[in-house]
Design a protein around this ligand. Sequence first.
Ligand code: G3I
Length: 382
Amino acid sequence: MQKICVRQALAGQTGFHTSSDLAPLGHLLPQGEKGLSRRALLASSLALAACGQTEAAPTLAATPLKSIAPFPIGTAAMAGQFDDPAWVDLALTHVSQLTPEWEMKMEYILDRPGRYRWDAPDRIADFCTAHELRLHGHALIWYSQGADQFAGLDRPAFITGFDDYIAAVASRYRGRVVGWDVVNEAVAEDGNGLRDCHWSAVLGQDGYIARAFELAKSADPDAILFLNDYNLENNPTKGATFLRLVERLLKAGVPVGGLGTQSHLDIEIPAGQTTAFIREAAAFGLPIHVSELDASLRSDGRIDTRSRQTRLNQQTARVAELAEAFVALPAAQRYGFTVWGLRDTDSWLRRDARDDGKDSPLLFDASGRPNPMFGAVSAALS
Ligand code: G3I
C-alpha cells in the first residue's frame, strides 16, 4: 500500500504541489530509492499522508539524521536515559551532540554557594566522551534558578557565590564542552525589555549578563559562549529585543560567541516569521544554535476544531521552515540543530500538567518510530 502511494506521488499522480506541506514523511522512501530529487522526496511525504500514514511510520527505517546533516544534530539528555537501551540506540543512530536537559544546571549542581554535586553532569560528559559526541553545556546562569541557594547573602557574598559558581562549573568541563548557554532567557516574557531577577537585582540587567560571559570566557576560553532564549521566532517583539541585547553586549565588548534560539515552536505562527528571525540573527555572523526544538500540537484550553492531521501539517510546515532556514546559513554559523528530546514521551511537554497524553512534539513517537516532524527535518537536510 505504501509503495503504491509513494509511486503515485512520484509519478505526480497525486496532484500534490505545495512543497511546504509535502515534508511530513519524506524520510520514508523505500531505501532503494535514494538520490531522488528533493521535490520527489517531499512529494512522497504527502502521498504517504494521503494513504493514511499520518502518524508514525511502522515499517521503513528512518535515515540517520547525523549522516545527512553537514552540522551537529543534538538532543536533550538526562543521565537516567543512558540506562534505557532504546533511548541510547536512537540517540547514537541520529545525533552527534547532547545538551544536559537539567543536570548541568544550578538546580542540580548547587546546594549552597561553594557546595556542588557533580555525579550526573559528569556521567553525561563521560557518555559523550565514550561515544564521541559533542557536549553543549546548559545553562550557567538562568533567571529561574539560584534564588533559593543565594537567598540571604549580603552583596559581597552574593557576588562571590555568582563568580565562584561560573568558575567552578565552566572550568570543570573545560575541554569537554564545545559551547555553553552562559545566560538563559534574559529577555522579558512579552519581549519588552529584559527580565528582572535576583541576578539583575544585585548586578544590574546588562551587568549580570556581561559578568557571566566574562567569567565563562576566563574559565573556558575555547568554549563558544551563547546567549540563549525562547519564543524568538514565535514573538517578533521578543526576537527583536534579543537581537538588540546581542548588539549592545557586543558593542560593549562582552564575549558573546553564539546565539541560541530554543525554537519551542508555536505551530500557529505565520509562514515566513521563523525564516525572518533566523536571517536577522545571522547578520551578526556568529554561530547559531537551534537549541531546544519541539513543536507542540496542544491547543492549551483553546476551542480547537482542527483535525489532528491539520495540526500535524502545520507542525511539519513550521519545522520544515526552521530547518530550511538553518540549512541556508553559512556553514560556519551552523553550530547545531538540537531537539529537546527524542521521543514524544521524553518531552518536558508530556510531563507538563496541561499534557493531554496525545501531544507529539518531537521526532519520534513513544516507540521510537519516526513522526511526521522527522520527515520535515530529514527532507530539509536532504
Ligand atoms: O528526575 C527527577 C525525579 O527523580 C524527582 O523525583 C523529581 C522531583 O524532584 O525531579 C525530577 O527531575 C526534574 C527533571 O526536570 C526531570 O523531569 C526536575 O525536578 C525538574 O526541575 C526538571 O525540569 C527541567 C526544566 O528545564 C528545569 O530545569 C525540564 O526537564 C527541562 O525540559 C526544562 O528545559 C528548559 C530549558 O532548560 C530552557 N528552556 C525551556 C525548557 C523547558 O522548560
